[in-house]
Design a protein around this ligand. Sequence first.
Ligand code: FES
Length: 322
Amino acid sequence: MITAETTTAQVRSALRRALPKNERPGLVLRTMDRLERASVLDAVAEPLRRGVRSLPLSRAARDVLHGKWLGHPVHPVMVQVPVGAWLSSAVLDLVPGAKVPSRVLIAVGLAGAGPAAVTGWADWADLHKEQVRVGLVHAVLNSAGVFCYAGSLGARLVGREGAGRMLALAGLTVIGAGGAIGGHLAFRQASGANHTESFPHLVSPGWHSLGELTTIPLGRPVRRMIEDLAVLVVRDADDTLSVIADHCSHLGGPLSEGTVKEGCVTCPWHGSVFRLSDGWNVEGPATAPQPVFDARVTDGEVEVRLRRGTRRRSRPAPVRNR
Ligand code: FES
């Protein structure tokens, strides 16, 4: 016989399995890690990704979808509409006499799901393989949620209110799981983060030597180190030096392996274009610019420092000094 005690014990046991222990990750994290390594998903993901990338969209249109204008991905903003509407509808389903407002919110969510999906697919197509796998599962779950809500609305409109509510509940559950996986993709896998954010925290103030000017070839991107940080250096014919962070703000691609043309460098991984003079992200998918350095030559030696106006970030004191 199922009693309250046995149910409580089962819930406790499930939570113990799901949550991490001190010495190892829990079931949730192990499942997500397995998902990242699930190469079986590549058979679907890769053709789909090629399809998305080959859509006849202009560079400008893709930049709008990526969120270059916003300075970060648009997708997390767009998903607020369906998630907010559907969650509100779930609350209204508990309120007597709120059938119509609940239906309206479901319809609003369905209308908002399309734009949210389009921005998500645009970002997804320019990710690493492990991120693409997780993103695919995120998208499949969200699509399933959309179908549930479409079915829910249809059922309600023909008077099958109970079935409509059950379908909405199923949709919310699936969307919740999809959202959690999206969180893993965004935060643990850093798919939409600015990958140069830490750079200004790490550069010491003042000028740093990059060695003799003669060691830097003309017109070719080269990588040099400031302490432990890699920078891209380009020397023009008139010995003008352009220096920006080498790790691409999109996903950390090595800009020094990219191509330099007309005062810009193109990332070798997904084609983001950065202006060498000020690090501006001329074209996405990068949504953030590159940290940029001033350069000078003193007695034949190249010196650089983080450009004034580049936001210098605080450097936390080492933990042992606190
Ligand atoms: S890493 Fe993706 S464009 Fe540079």
